[in-house]
Write a protein that binds this ligand. Structure first.
Ligand SMILES: [Zn+2]
Length: 199
C-alpha cells in the first residue's frame, strides 16, 4: 500500500477494464513521475468525453449528436439492421466495408452469471425499430462465445413473430473471442457467408 492519494489513484486505475494491479501501479507512477506527461490534458479529455459523448437515440452507438454518423448517412441501406453487443463492434464491422445497412447496439449480451438478462439490453428498442416493416433482414452479429450465442438464440426466437429474415454471421470467427478481435478479412467473409436462421 502506498500513501493516501497515490494509492487512491492506483485503486481508481485498477477499476478500469483490462488494467490489473501491476499496470495500475505502473500508470500511476508514470503520471506522478514524468514531467512531460500532460496530466492536465488527460484530465480535460476525460471530462470532455464524459460530457459530450452520448448514445445515438436510434441505434445506441456512441455519438456526439442525437443520432450517430451512420444513422444520419443517407447512403446507408435502411432495410437491413446488424445487431451487435457493443459500439466497438460497429467499428470492427465498419472496417470490413462489407456492410451498408444500419446497426443496433444491444449494450451487452445475456449472461446469467453476470446477472444480465434480456431486459437489461436494448431489445425493446430493437422491436420498436422493426415495428413499421421497413426492415426486412436482421443480421445477428453477437460475439462468437457462450453469451453471444445465447443472445442470438434468444433474439432469433423472439423475432419469430415478425415477418423478416434473420441471419447469423458465418462460422470461421475465432470461437470464444470477441468480434472486435477478428481480422477484417475474416469478419468480412463471415458477413458475406451469413446464413439464415431457421426460426
Ligand atoms: Zn445511430
Amino acid at each position: 500500500m502506498y500513501e493516501g492519494i497515490v494509492q487512491e489513484l492506483i485503486d481508481e486505475l485498477g477499476r478500469l477494464p483490462g488494467i490489473g494491479p501491476k499496470s495500475a501501479q505502473r500508470i500511476a507512477f508514470h503520471i506522478v513521475q514524468t514531467e512531460t506527461f500532460d496530466v492536465k490534458r488527460l484530465g480535460e479529455i476525460l471530462l470532455e468525453v464524459r460530457e459530450k459523448v452520448r448514445f445515438c437515440v436510434e441505434c445506441g452507438n456512441v455519438s456526439d449528436q442525437d443520432r450517430c454518423n451512420i444513422c444520419r448517412d443517407p447512403r446507408r441501406v435502411r432495410n437491413l439492421i446488424c445487431v451487435v453487443e457493443e459500439a466497438k463492434d460497429v467499428v470492427a464491422i465498419e472496417r470490413t466495408r462489407e456492410f451498408r445497412g444500419l446497426y443496433h447496439v444491444l449494450g451487452g449480451a445475456i449472461s446469467p452469471i453476470d446477472g444480465v438478462g434480456p431486459d437489461d439490453l436494448r431489445i425493446r428498442e430493437l422491436l420498436a425499430r422493426l415495428a413499421d416493416g421497413t426492415v426486412d433482414e436482421v443480421i445477428l452479429a453477437t460475439d462468437p462465445n457462450l453469451e453471444g450465442e445465447a443472445t442470438a438464440t434468444y433474439l432469433s426466437r423472439l423475432l419469430r413473430t415478425i415477418e423478416l429474415k434473420v441471419s447469423r454471421l458465418a462460422s470461421g470467427l475465432p470461437v470464444g473471442g470477441d468480434l472486435e478481435y477478428a481480422d477484417e478479412v475474416t469478419l468480412g467473409r463471415a458477413f458475406e457467408g451469413r446464413r439464415l436462421v431457421e426460426h
